[in-house]
Design a protein around this ligand. Structure first.
Ligand code: SF4
Length: 187
């Protein structure tokens, strides 16, 4: 399935795509730290922290395999977070008209990553107060529920060629320039 070039959409450098992923990576690090501190047994805490990071990595891989092949930015630098370029090395192109139908399957596996660490932290704080855990929780909420959504809407979704078909980006105002649907690095 061909994905026609979209010259009106900007292209992103490797450095820009790397920076675009930083908030999601930071959220994973904060979430893993919260799980480690929330679980009294040290070994179990490390295991849950590792599983959390693994779930994040697998969630991103799922996006690359199930969603990106159906995006106009598949294989192109117009993907803000760079997943589209990696996806082209992992999976053949799909039909772009199927993008919106595949969106939830690509994104939903990532959703628990936003909720498991705060819930674990709140339960642990109810049992025993920890200033470090409170700081991690506040940082996690700031990154996960403020910075990532704001960057997603302001940086990628606003200029996305798929915004009309995208359940996430369709809630923001129409684009002025060009761009692409944000990956989970920004969702
Ligand atoms: S814009 Fe989103 S869906 Fe499109 S290739 Fe990039 S990460 Fe994948």
């Amino acid at each position: 399935m061909s994905h026609d070039p979209c010259p009106e959409f900007p292209e992103y450098s490797t450095a820009s795509s790397s920076l675009d992923n930083l908030p999601f990576v930071l959220m994973l690090v904060l979430g893993a730290g919260m799980l480690r501190l929330s679980i009294t047994d040290s070994a179990a805490g490390w295991i849950w922290a590792g599983l959390y990071v693994l779930a994040g990595a697998l969630g991103v891989l799922n996006v690359m395999l199930r969603l990106c092949p159906y995006c106009p930015s598949y294989g192109k630098r117009s993907c803000p977070c760079g997943y589209g370029v990696i996806a082209a090395k992992l999976h053949r192109a799909g039909d772009p008209s199927a993008f919106s139908g595949r969106f939830r399957g690509g994104i939903l596996p990532l959703v628990p990553l936003w909720f498991i660490p705060p819930i674990a932290a709140l339960v642990a704080l109810y049992d025993s107060f920890s200033r470090v855990l409170v700081i991690l929780l506040a940082a996690f909420l700031l990154v996960g529920f403020v910075i990532i959504p704001v960057l997603s809407h302001q940086h990628g979704c606003k200029q996305c060629p798929q915004r009309e078909a995208c359940p996430w980006a369709g809630r923001t105002k129409p684009p002025v320039g060009g761009g692409a649907v944000e990956g989970p690095g920004n969702v």
